[in-house]
Design a protein around this ligand. Sequence first.
Ligand code: ADP
Length: 273
Amino acid sequence: MNLALFGPPGSGKGTQANFLVQHFGIPQVSTGDLFRAEIKAQTDVGRRAQTYMDRGDLVPDLITLQLVRRRLDAPDTERGVLFDGFPRTVAQAAELDKMLQAMGRRMDRVIFVQVPTDVLVDRLAGRLTCPKCGRTYHPKLAPPQLDTVCDHDGTALIMREDDRPETARKRITVYLEQTLPVLAHYRQQHVVSDIAGTGSIEEVRGRILRAIGVPSAAPAGMSTGWTQGGIPPSEQGGAGDTETAGQRPPAGIPPSDHSRSPGAGHRGRVRGR
Ligand code: ADP
């Protein structure tokens, strides 16, 4: 099962990714984290990536794809991965399709977390990150339990260079211009679920689980996760968050999802603010 979390910077992808990898027992492949690891290790790739990242620009596709290819070679990705922050350009998406196909896999679902642009800048500016585990916090919107240390591992939180207001705005512009078109690529494959990224972390999590076809009451840590007909009636058909899976039932998605009529989903709509 290969999933991708898709959305603008500040949409809460990272927060949701942490939960989803635990829930499904698949590793997270975050290109942002891969770059940050290279920077920390002071590699050539890291040095090159940093100049782009500090400006809020995208790292060139060639470098990005090289890291992803290497990551997908690791045995822990065999049961699938959760992509976070990748693919970010149409060229990356096309190349990922080829990579997955060569491995006999495919993208099963792309979860599009939608957040209005004005909310994004507020969320990004002042965001604090744990340099050890990558969890993010916000002094007002999602404060850590103890002042400025990570709830998970007690590490002192930092403000990422690219979370400073000017760079944050640049990242949003880059997202709108270069990354948003990736969605059309996956809509053609009928694997996109549109999720409102507003509301509480738990609300967004519930929407994501329902879109994938997992009842939110499912116990955490259920590695296979899929329950037949697990989508509540209110989420099925016309009112659902999920675009139809079309003629190509993705592996691991319950039948109730693929059987939806074409057009049952909706585009660009934000629910539950
Ligand atoms: P966010 O999702 O909050 O923007 P990320 O950690 O995903 O943060 O990304 C941080 C930076 O890393 C991006 O602004 C960009 O410079 C670089 N980056 C991450 N993923 C990619 C990618 N797939 N392609 C190109 N650049 C990327």
